[in-house]
Design a protein around this ligand. Sequence first.
Ligand SMILES: Nc1nc2c(c(=O)[nH]1)N[C@H]1C(S)=C(S)[C@@H](COP(=O)(O)OP(=O)(O)OC[C@H]3O[C@@H](n4cnc5c(=O)[nH]c(N)nc54)[C@H](O)[C@@H]3O)O[C@H]1N2
Ligand SMILES: Nc1nc2c(c(=O)[nH]1)N[C@H]1C(S)=C(S)[C@@H](COP(=O)(O)OP(=O)(O)OC[C@H]3O[C@@H](n4cnc5c(=O)[nH]c(N)nc54)[C@H](O)[C@@H]3O)O[C@H]1N2
Ligand code: SF4
Ligand SMILES: [Mo]
Length: 874
Amino acid sequence: MGSLIEEISGKALSRRRFVAGSAALAASLAASSSLVACQPSGQDAGSATGSAESADDEGVWISAACWHNCGGRCVNRVLMKNGVVVRQGSDTSHEDSFEWLQQRGCPRGRAQQQQCFGADRLKYPMKRKSWQPGGGENAHGELRGKDDWERISWDEAIGYIADEAKRIYDTYGPRAVVGNGGPGIEQVLANMGGYLQVTDTSSCGTYSFNMTKLGLPSADLGETNDRFDLKNAETIVLVGGNSVWSSGGSTMNNFDQAIEAGVQFVYVGPSYNATAAYFDARWIPIYPGTDTAFLLGVAYEMIEQGVIDQEFLDAYCVGFDAEHMPADAQLDENFKGYVMGEYDGTPKTAAWASAICGASEEDIAWFAGTIGKDHKVMLLHNYALARCTSADNVPQLFMTVGAMGGHMGKSGHATGGAYKTFAGSHGPALAAFGDAGLPAVENPVTESITAPLLWQSILDKSFNSTGFAYSDTFNAQDIKEADIKYLSLEGAARVQNTPSTVTAIEALRSLEFVTCSSHFFNAQAQFSDIVLPITTEWERVGGFPGHQRSRETVIVYTQVTEPLYEAKTDQEIGTLLAEKVGIDPSTIWPLSEKQQFFNQILGCTYVDEAGSEQALVTVSQDDIDAWQCDGKPQEGVVALDEFLKNGCYTVKRAEGDAYVRIGYEDYIKDPEANPRPSDSGKFEIYCQYKADTLNSMGYSPDGTFKPYPNYVAAPEGREGTFADGAIGGEASAYPFIVYNPHYLRRAHPVLDNEPWLREAWPNPVFVNASDAAAKGIADGDTVRVYNAHGATLRTASVTEIIMPGCVGLPHGAWLDYDEDEGIDHAGTDNVLCGTVTSGMGTSGYNNYNCNYERYEGAALVADCALPQRIVELG
Ligand SMILES: Nc1nc2c(c(=O)[nH]1)N[C@H]1C(S)=C(S)[C@@H](COP(=O)(O)OP(=O)(O)OC[C@H]3O[C@@H](n4cnc5c(=O)[nH]c(N)nc54)[C@H](O)[C@@H]3O)O[C@H]1N2
Ligand SMILES: Nc1nc2c(c(=O)[nH]1)N[C@H]1C(S)=C(S)[C@@H](COP(=O)(O)OP(=O)(O)OC[C@H]3O[C@@H](n4cnc5c(=O)[nH]c(N)nc54)[C@H](O)[C@@H]3O)O[C@H]1N2
Ligand code: SF4
Ligand SMILES: [Mo]
C-alpha cells in the first residue's frame, strides 16, 4: 500500500490539461470576469485533449463510479497505469446520436480522481481530543468545531460508539438519538432501538407533499412525455430550475430535436440562467417564491382571454367551478370564484400578480395567451420554485393552469416535473438494475423532526412530529418532548445542508455525542466527536448509482483501487459495531458486498420493443465461478465483461419506436378505466385533504390554505422585503430575496474541496448590476451578505442576468465560520437560512431575505488560493 500512496502523491496530471480539456468548462469560464479567479495563465483551450481517449493510451480503461447527488448519472471511466489513474474519460460504448445518446460525464466527474486519491482524504479513525465518554461535562461539547484531533484505532473507535450508544439508549431511550437512515452505523442503531428521523422537503420542496391526493404522480414526476415528443410542441415553458447546471450528463440533449424544430422556449424565474440561454428562451423574470401569484394572474388572464379548455376541465378535473365540485367539499367556494375575486373582493388580475411577482402585466397577459387551449404547450417545472416557504399551493396551481390549457395526455402537450436526469424525458425505465438482496431494516421509531426546525428542536428539547415528506403520512401538529443526546451523521451532510447554520453550531455543542463517517474533514466531521474514514465507491467492489438516470440507460461501475489508508466500507463499519454490541451482523447484512453487486448484475433488465422485460446481462457458469458468487447462468444481450468495461448499457431508440410515451394518455383516453389516485379519481383543483392537512400541521395559522390554490404570503420572501410586510411599502432592513442555485463546482458540498474544481469555479455571489451600482459595488468586490439569521462573505459577480432585488448565493460551500466576527467566509448558503418555515414545514431555501454591503475588512482571496482543508492530528 505504501508504494501506491507514494505514487499517487507523486503523480502529476497538470492543471492545464484538466481545465483545457473540457468544452463545457471553457464556456462557463468565458461567462463572466469574476468566474475566472484562478484560471491558469497561458492556456490554449483548443489545444489540449486531456480527457479524450486515444489509441495510444497505455494502461487499462475501467469503469469508475460517479455516485453523487448531482442529477447526472454518467459513465465515468479511468485509464489505470501501474495502479494509478492517468486519465479519465466517459461513455465510448457506441457513437453518440440523438437516438442513442452517450451518457457523458461532466468536469466534476472527470475530476473525481482528486476525490478518491486526494491529499485531503481522512486516513484513520479520529477522536476529538477533549471529548470523553460518559456524557455531561465529559463531552466538552462547547469545543465542537474547534478542538484538536487524535488518531485512534478502529477497535477504540467502534468501542466508543458501542459504549456511548448503549449508555444513551439505556439512560434516555431512542428519542435521544437522531439519525438519517445511513447505510452502516445507523442500520445497527435501528436494531438497538431506533432513532428519530429528520424529514426534509429537500429537492422537491412542496412537491414532497402527498401529490396523489391532487391526482398527480408522487412529486409530480413521471407524467411528462418521452423526449421524442418534445419537438411536437409549439412552446416549451420551463418554470424555475437550471438544468444546464443541475442535470449533468446528457440530459440537455433531450431537447435537441425541439430546438432544431424551432420550438419556442419560455423561461420563468429570477435569473436568465444558463438553461434559459441554452434555449434562447423568452425570459419572464419573477421574484423567488412568487410563482403562485404569477400563475394566479395567468389563470385570471386565461379566463378573461377566453383561452381555457372548458371541456378538459369538466371531464378531468373537480373544483374549477361550482358545477364540478368533489363529493367531499366542505366549503362552498371554487377556484374560478377565487380568481375572479368573489370571496375576498380581489380579482387576481395581471396587475395584482405583477405587484407581487414582478413580471410585467404585458408578460403575464402574453404568457396566458401563449399557453391557451389552441396551442400545443409543454409546461415544465424544475423544483426551485417549490423550495420556498409558502409555496405549498404551487403544485396544485401548476396542475390547474396546465389543465386550463388542456395540456395533458396528448402529443405536443405536457404538464409536470422536469428534474435532474428527467429534465426532458419521462416514461417507464427501459433498462434497470436488480435488487441487491438485503433485507430491509426497519427503524422502530416513526417520529419525525422537520428539517428547518431540527437545530431549534434540539435546543428546545421538543419537536413537532408531522409525518414524512415524500410519503402519505402527514398528520396534524403533534408536539413531543425529546432530550437529544446523540446525533449520527452518516450519508447526509446535515451540518451543511440543513437550514440555520448558526443555530446548528449552538445545537451541536449541546449534545453529548456526535459521530460521523466521511471521506473528508468536512463540516460534519469537524463538529463530531468520533470520525470514521470511509472508502469512496472507487475502493469498493462495484455497483450501480442509485439515483435517477436516463430512462434508456443502466449505469454500472467497478472497483478502481484497493481501499486506501484505513478506510472501510459502511457495511464493514456496521458489521464491527454490530459485533461489538452483540447483534449478529448477518441479520442485517446476510450477503457479502460482492454478492450484492452480483445480484444486482444478474437482475439487470431491459424492455424489448414488444414491451416485456428481459434479462440484460449474459452470465456464464465460468463467470459465476470466477466471481465466487451464487447465481445461475443466464442469457442476456450483453456479455458481463463488456457491460462492466463499458460502464453502461443504453437502449437504442428510433423515431416512432414503441417506447414513446405520452404522460396521462391512459387517463385522458379512458378516465373511468384509469382514474387518477385522488379521492375523486380526477385532478383536484379543489382538494379538501390538502387544505385540512396543511392547516392542521402547525406551521401556518389555521385557515391559511384553501382547498383550491390560493395566494399565501411568505414569512419572509417578497413580503419581507417591505418594512410592514405589505407589498409596495417602505423597504425593510433586508430588502433582497436570496435563492440558492445548485452549483457546478460541487454536488451539494461534495467535491467542494477539490483543487481543480475550485480553480474552475470560484463560487461568487450573483447580484444585479443596478442594485450593485446603487451600493457602489463593483464586480469582484468582497461583499458581506447578511440577514437576521447570519452573515457570509463572497466576491460579487455583478450581472444583468439576475433580477433587481434578488441575490443568487450558490448552494453547498464548505462552512468557514469565524465565531468572533459572526461571519462565515465561505459563502455557506444555510448561514442565511433561518429556522423559519410554513405550510408543510418546508425547507424554504429560495425565499429568505437578506441585504449586502461592501465588506470593509480584508478582501477575500480566491477559494482556490486557500490551502485545501486537511485535518491535522494534534
Ligand atoms: N440552503 C440550501 N440548503 C439546501 C439546498 C439548497 O438549495 N439551499 N438544497 C437541498 C437539497 S435539494 C438537497 S437534495 C439536500 C442534500 O442534502 P444531503 O442529503 O445531506 O446530501 P449530500 O450533500 O449529497 O450528502 C451526502 C453525504 O454523504 C456522504 N457520502 C457520500 N457517499 C457516502 C457513502 O458511501 N457512505 C457514507 N456514509 N457517506 C457518504 C457525502 O460525503 C456527504 O457528506 O441539501 C439541501 N440543502
Ligand atoms: N452541479 C450540481 N448539480 C446538481 C446539484 C448540485 O448540488 N450541483 N444538486 C442536485 C439536486 S439534489 C437538485 S434538487 C437539483 C436542483 O436543480 P434545480 O431545481 O435546477 O436547481 P436550482 O439550481 O436551485 O435552480 C436555480 C434556478 O431556479 C430559479 N429559481 C430560484 N428560485 C425560484 C423560484 O422561486 N421561482 C422560480 N420560478 N424560479 C426560481 C433561478 O432561475 C435559478 O437559476 O440539482 C441537482 N443537480
Ligand atoms: S453530472 Fe454528476 S454523475 Fe455525471 S459526471 Fe458530473 S458529477 Fe458525475
Ligand atoms: Mo435535491
